[in-house]
Design a protein around this ligand. Structure first.
Ligand code: ADP
Length: 263
């Protein structure tokens, strides 16, 4: 069976200082529909924003992101567990740092864990372990973490679910005439040097970290699909129905993006 790594950002999972329950349920039921077709690994942000939802803090008060992540990670996971329980899907939590991808021994352990979970029909939910780590040990954004997870778990594709429909020739939130790129095989170096432009409070990436993730995937001979996670129609169409209307496919091997991954 083909394997995919799916990445969701914190913006999608929280809203107005609480967990965005309906969006999370949509995501969970989408993953349940994908599972007969793909081995799925989920990379989920949202620990820090979930920490905020629990503590109901004054936003002006400074509190360490590590404290928020430590509070929020179990909240995030218990929300996932409650929703996946509806469908009898077992989940696991895997917390990683950049260092975990540095040595052959570590990568080997990661691969073994993922393979064992796939064999036992467990859905791994991966997040960055930024609680006890120093800044040099973390990616700092889950776009690049998810690319490493996808590569080292031998995923055929990384799917990034974002707040935007895909990758445009210029920032669509600033330019009305921005044109979506449906198929991208090379990422210009200049694009990778842009300043990060996350679109909301808890986003740490913006388009640049997504392009870095895409370049990493392309360099490994793998593919990435960037699409909207708030409305999962384009992800569902692409992954399940072989239709590609919206969303950007980063690939060096496909000249026709309609050739489904599922075939
Ligand atoms: P997420 O939390 O979903 O990962 P981010 O805010 O980190 O989202 O990144 C997506 C945002 O990047 C878009 O909403 C948009 O504002 C911004 N952006 C900047 N340039 C582009 C571009 N060329 N194409 C698409 N999005 C872009």
């Amino acid at each position: 069976m083909k394997r995919i790594t799916l990445k969701v950002g914190s913006g999608m999972l929280t809203e107005n200082n609480s967990i965005a329950k309906q969006r999370m349920l949509n995501l969970v039921s989408f993953i349940v529909r994908l599972k007969p077709h793909y081995d799925v690994i989920l990379v989920s942000s949202g620990a820090v924003s979930s920490g905020y939802t629990a503590l109901k803090l004054d936003r002006n008060k400074k509190i360490s992101k590590k404290v928020l992540a430590a509070v929020g990670q179990p909240i995030l996971m218990s929300n996932y567990k409650a929703l996946f329980d509806i469908y009898d899907v077992n989940t696991s939590q895997i917390l990683m740092t950049e260092e975990n991808f540095d040595s052959v021994a570590h990568i080997d352990i990661f691969r073994q864990i993922i393979n064992a979970q796939m064999e036992n029909d467990i859905l791994p939910i991966v997040n960055e372990n930024d609680i006890t780590t120093i800044s040099e040990q973390v990616f700092g954004d889950n776009d690049q973490l998810s690319a490493h997870v996808a590569h080292r778990s031998d995923s055929d594709m990384l799917v990034i679910l974002s707040d935007i429909d895909g990758y445009y020739d210029k920032n669509p939130t600033e330019h009305d005439d921005a044109v979506m790129q449906k198929l991208v095989s090379e990422i210009p170096e200049l694009e990778l040097k842009q300043v990060d432009s996350p679109n909301h409070e808890f986003a740490s990436g913006g388009i640049v970290t997504k392009l870095k993730a895409a370049k990493f995937m392309l360099d490994q001979g793998r593919e990435m699909f960037l699409c909207n996670g708030y409305d999962l129609t384009s992800a569902e169409d692409f992954l399940m129905n072989g239709q590609h209307d919206k969303g950007t496919l980063f690939s060096r091997t496909r000249s026709d993006s309609l050739q489904s991954l599922d075939t």
